[in-house]
Design a protein around this ligand. Structure first.
Ligand SMILES: [Zn+2]
Length: 443
């Protein structure tokens, strides 16, 4: 039997309100959980000891909105120039998703997960689309997640943009995967019911999806008011705003995630607050698509739980965190606003979001929490304590290198070397071959 892991000599940062910093403590991992965080004497002979001298010990990062399927567009330059967000969707994403095969979905996921291990991200809430290969697609992603040893909550984005048959297949895929997760409890795999966005869902499909998701007793994961068009379309076609429509269809609850919410108004924020719905902010994607910057300071003042995702722009959560801070400063023309509200999205709220999906605590270093741990190289040039640690995370650790990544107590990378049964070079080679075909099929 494998020995339990003991991590010693590191500076431990345990997120919370307020976050804690522990020196001269040891973290003991056993059977996938953090068994102990202690300053007592421990007989090291019984353990697989990791010396974290010169390192900071953090919980594995959580990415609350992701699209694994987008990996293989890296470097792709064949699209027509988009003048707005709708053209980004039409010229690129809605053409790419149609030519994804089961194999490309699998490889896209593995590549992202390998990168995630290198950046210390151990949990994902993913949103998937492959309209010509809907059925079984979530199980392909799940296979990759299991093989790489990380955690993911999956869903298929139901949409009417490719017709009724594919929308129905999307509902079936969500149902099947949700039932699979219920019947096979596994803290690596979870499910939500996926919906694309209000502007690609007619009333009939939205109603059928709502009925199925609510019968299965799961939350939904949907893009909401990402660009202003979603609101304009909703008011024009349905006589109400996006959040009002989602509320009317029974989509909102404490288990539902709304990605973006860049263009919601105050009345919509009140509905989200009243229903306890979750917002996930994706600033790098919003900046890249030039859709605007969500008012996450006001949302949090109104009691909305706001987490941080990357919308597949990166798997590096500390990079996204920095961008989130700059985005709020820029939006408010105020270089001092929102520091803790931004910090909390990643370092507190993402963990509160996963509490609503997972049965064990993630994103914390405390007894009983998941043994998902990251060691980052960090010799602090200035005092590092509980008062200064948020600044160190945003301005210092975000520039540091991840040395070791552990998920579920399993060491996935040690001393910057992957410990997986997967050959990264082979995977990349195969991925390049698949991408060539994928790009040739892009019309
Ligand atoms: Zn997205």
């Amino acid at each position: 039997m494998e020995k339990p892991v003991l991590i010693k000599n590191g500076i431990i940062i345990s997120p919370g309100k307020p976050p804690k910093l522990l020196q001269n403590y040891k973290v003991i991992l056993h059977e996938g959980l953090i068994q102990k965080v202690t300053s007592d004497f421990v007989d090291e002979k019984e353990y697989n000891v990791i010396d974290a001298s010169g390192k900071v010990v953090l919980p594995g990062f959580i990415n609350a909105h992701m699209h694994f399927y987008s990996t293989l567009v890296r470097g792709f330059a064949k699209t027509k120039f988009a003048k707005n967000f709708n053209e980004v969707l039409e010229n690129l994403w809605w053409k790419l998703d149609k030519i994804l095969t089961k194999e490309t979905v699998y490889y896209s996921t593995v590549i992202m997960l390998i990168n995630a291990i290198k950046k210390g991200t151990t949990t994902f809430i993913d949103h998937h689309a492959s309209p010509k290969n809907v059925r079984g697609s979530l199980f392909e992603i799940a296979k990759a997640v299991k093989e790489c040893g990380l955690r993911a909550c999956l869903c298929y984005e139901v949409s009417d943009r490719d017709g009724e048959k594919i929308a129905t297949e999307g509902i079936c895929e969500n149902r099947e995967f949700i039932e699979y997760c219920k019947n096979n409890p596994d803290e690596q795999l979870k499910a939500l019911f996926g919906l694309h966005a209000s502007f690609t869902l007619n009333d009939k499909t939205l109603s059928a999806a709502s009925k199925t998701g609510n019968e299965l007793d799961v939350g939904f994961h949907i893009h909401c008011a990402e660009s202003s068009y979603d609101e304009v379309h909703c008011v024009r076609n349905f006589g109400m705003r996006v959040v009002e429509r989602l509320f009317a269809f029974g989509i909102l609850s404490e288990d539902t995630i709304l990605a973006h919410c860049v263009h919601i108004n105050e009345a919509e924020m009140h509905i989200l607050s009243d229903t306890g719905s979750i917002v996930v902010h994706n600033p790098q994607s919003n900046l890249n698509n030039a859709v605007g910057i969500a008012d996450i300071i006001k949302m949090q003042e109104k009691g909305i739980l706001v987490g941080l995702g990357t919308d597949a722009m990166t798997v590096n959560m500390l990079e996204e965190l920095r961008a989130a801070l700059w985005a709020q400063h820029f939006k408010n023309e105020n270089p001092s606003c929102g520091f803790m509200q931004v910090f909390d999205t990643l370092m507190l709220n993402n963990s509160l979001i996963t509490d609503r999906i997972w049965n064990i605590p993630l994103g914390r270093i405390e007894e009983g929490a998941a043994a998902d741990i990251v060691l980052m190289d960090y010799n602090s040039p200035t005092p590092l304590n509980e008062e200064t640690l948020a600044g160190h995370i945003i301005f210092g650790l975000s520039q540091s290198v991840v040395d070791t990544t552990i998920a579920g107590g399993k060491i996935l990378m040690k001393n910057k070397s992957l410990m997986l049964d997967i050959d990264e070079k082979e995977i990349s080679e195969k991925s390049r071959q698949l991408t060539e075909t994928l790009w040739n099929n892009f019309k």
